[in-house]
Write a protein that binds this ligand. Structure first.
Ligand code: GLA
Ligand code: ZN
Length: 674
């Protein structure tokens, strides 16, 4: 077994983004920070994320003394450092002297200095300058016992349309297609006479130019992902010469720009920034979406990950920036741990006095005090994480269900102009499938099309629009040898080049499902189409549906109940080899999907981690020897416990009813008797 990337910190990680470079003229504040960190039970901070201008105030003039002092003082206080490379934002001198580092937008405008996360990923100067400073940081701190992790850049995103990037795109295409004839064939450029006669004619997709070739748009996303991967590789190479510590990048929520499955290969562990839109009242859906992202991050490497950022109170960029309600801080933090996070990290430790994040939540506010609700919440969470330290490195309960989250397929669906006019992003569909399982306490993995399917009892393809070459065959083999598939509408339509498969859809699966798909139908929001299940239960379709042309599946579990397709099968099951496949012809409203999963899980004997049906709005997740039960309903929830269970967090019996926003941790052993 490879050692855990987090082994240098005893226990689960607890800490925050720390920006002492904003307070270099206030040594008193820096001293106070350490005192407060100890009180908040902080054991690791992310340092130097945006410190470039403090580290290299002029080209070639380096100032590391302040950072030496900070790292040493933290180390003396027993606080480890996740040290960042400063590539997330550049100093003004760099932009002034080398304008090529500034990004050019889709309309061809080169942006002026300002902001962050907006450099050209191709620029040789930017790569050279980041490698230089990274190498110096690595040389100076690679052997420091207090530096335990590396944090490369910050929240990589976006793309650049400058001449350097344009040229790199053309080279990338040449490598992929070899000849321009091959590119024309695989992009279907005979459409609207868009045929190229040379690679030099190909510009990136732009609203001022080409947007009518979806295959090109998908390739542009793949190219941008590859540019980002090679940018990260360049930084890692600079670190590696001197610094052996594990490195990560901090990823983001349901992100569309790049394929994280590709970027995950460039790092030692996955980390991400989690900012759910919490509100007073019921947060089941919001936190189910957060957990779906946690589970996706865990699945990227099939390994524990780190929640690198979360807010201790509120953010400053939602439309409504609400404080966390009492209890919610611990509960939302522990949900991440029970999805496999090795700790709870925040943005930010201390609020700055100026800049656009002066009003973003922080552990320490402008008053600098510890007798605040937020500070107490954070310190309490730190204390609870210490109690749960045996979870460090423990695997989450193995998932029997895989939901396919394939970024490339998602791009293809997003660029397809059909159904809902360019709004066919499958993400809300994934969320709705995940929510149905989350409500039942069933653990899920989320992986792309290359996943090994064997270990799952159920593979769900929710609107998996793209079936890359070989995927249908792998699904067939999986089902034939005893696996179960749940396939929905708008699946198996295009190939690896984003060209439509010829022949019946879903491609390669019509005999497995016993269904031949027709064209997709879409409904106006005010139109109502219903599906009726065998037991008479009816639910509405949510805007998207298909009416199968031909159904040979022997089990019809639900039919359309309205409009011209009344009586047409909408939910079916067909045995195939040693396994079988369900097909659902529409996007259903949530209660419909809940009912559908009720039947599927029952047929497969898949049960949630909670020994009985979970009360409305309550979630349960298992990791190691423990189970977290969390009340996300916004109101007291009766657990119906027949005898007292001990809450490992308090040592007292689990309160029943469990108050709104509260959670408890129970030994699995104890639950067996519940
Ligand atoms: C992101 C960034 C941080 C900070 C937070 C604010 O996650 O990585 O630097 O801006 O958002 O929520
Ligand atoms: Zn560029």
């Amino acid at each position: 077994m490879t050692p855990s990337p987090f082994s240098a910190v005893p226990g689960l990680l607890h800490g925050a983004d720390y920006n002492p470079d904003q307070w270099l003229d206030r040594p008193d504040i820096l001293a106070r920070d350490i005192e407060l960190m100890k009180k908040a039970r902080v054991n690791c901070v992310s340092l130097g994320i945006f410190s470039w201008s403090a580290l290299e105030p002029e080209e070639g003039v380096f100032r590391f003394e302040w950072m030496d002092r900070v790292i040493d003082s933290l180390y003396d206080a027993g606080i480890s450092v996740d040290l960042a490379t400063p590539s997330g934002a550049r100093p003004a001198w760099l932009a002034e002297k080398y304008p090529e580092v500034l990004r050019v937008d889709r309309e061809g405008r080169r942006h002026a200095f300002g902001g962050r996360h907006n450099h050209c990923l191709t620029s040789p100067v930017y790569r050279q300058k980041t490698a230089l400073i990274d190498g110096m940081l690595a040389k100076r701190y690679g052997g420091h016992p207090g530096v335990v992790l590396w944090h490369i850049g910050n929240e990589f995103s976006g793309d650049c349309y400058c001449p350097l990037c344009k040229n790199a795109f053309r080279e990338w295409l040449k490598k992929k297609y070899g000849t321009v004839e091959e590119l024309n064939r695989r992009w279907w450029t005979s459409f609207w006479s868009h045929t190229y006669s040379s690679f030099d004619q190909v510009d990136p997709p732009s609203p001022l130019g080409e947007t009518s070739i979806p295959s090109m748009q998908v390739d542009w996303r793949r190219f941008s992902t590859d540019q980002c991967a090679s940018f990260i590789r360049n930084e890692r190479k600079a670190l590696r010469q001197y610094a052996p510590q594990p490195a990560t990048i901090n990823m983001m929520w349901s992100f569309l720009d790049y394929d994280y499955a590709v970027l995950a290969r460039e790092v030692d562990f996955v980390s991400w920034d989690c900012y759910p839109r919490l509100k007073s009242g019921n947060n089941l859906m919001v936190l189910s979406e957060a957990c779906m992202n946690h589970d996706y991050m865990r699945s990227l490497k099939d390994a524990p990950f780190l929640m690198m950022e979360s807010t201790p109170s509120k953010v400053n960029w939602h439309t409504v920036n609400q404080l966390k309600r009492p209890g919610m801080h611990l509960t939302s933090s522990l949900l991440s741990v029970f999805c496999g996070s090795e700790g709870v990290m925040y943005f930010q430790w201390r609020k700055g006095r100026g800049g656009s994040e002066a009003f973003h939540g922080a552990v320490v506010g402008h008053d600098g005090r510890e007798d605040t609700r937020v500070f107490r919440d954070v310190a309490h969470t730190g204390e609870m994480l210490e109690k749960l330290s045996s979870l460090k490195g423990a695997p989450v309960d193995p998932a029997r269900v895989l939901i396919l989250w394939d970024q490339q397929s998602r791009w293809c669906a997003c660029f397809a102009q059909t159904g809902l006019g360019g709004r066919m992003d499958p993400l809300p569909v994934l969320q709705s499938h995940y929510l149905a399982l989350f409500k039942k306490g069933v653990r899920v993995d989320l992986k792309g099309m290359d996943a090994d399917l064997k270990s799952y009892d159920l593979v769900v393809c929710p609107e998996t629009f793209q079936f890359r070459e070989g995927f249908a065959e792998r699904l067939r083999d999986y089902v034939r040898s005893g696996g179960h598939l749940f396939h929905t509408c708008f699946g198996g339509v295009v190939d690896g080049d984003d060209l439509c498969w010829l022949g019946p859809t879903p491609h390669g699966l019509t005999d497995v499902l016993g269904v031949r798909d027709p064209d997709l139908d879409a409904l106006y929001p005010e139109e109502e189409v219903c599906i009726r299940l065998e037991d008479g239960q009816c639910f509405r379709v949510d805007q998207i549906c298909e009416y199968p042309e031909e159904v040979t599946a022997p089990r019809i579990l639900g039919v359309y109940d309205s409009d011209f397709m009344k009586g047409t099968p909408a939910f079916t099951y067909a045995p195939f080899g040693a396994g079988g496949a369900w097909y659902l012809a529409a996007r259903p409203e949530q209660k419909g999907l809940d009912a559908v999963y009720g039947r599927i899980l029952e047929a497969l004997g898949i049960r949630g981690v909670w020994p009985r049906p979970l009360p409305e709005g309550v979630a349960a997740l298992g990791r190691g020897q423990m189970v977290l039960v969390a009340n996300l309903s916004g109101a007291d929830a009766s657990l119906g416990l027949e005898f007292p269970l001990t809450d490992l967090l308090t040592g007292a019996p689990v309160p029943d009813p469990l108050p709104a926003n509260a959670c408890a941790v129970i030994r699995k052993e104890d639950l067996k008797h519940a």
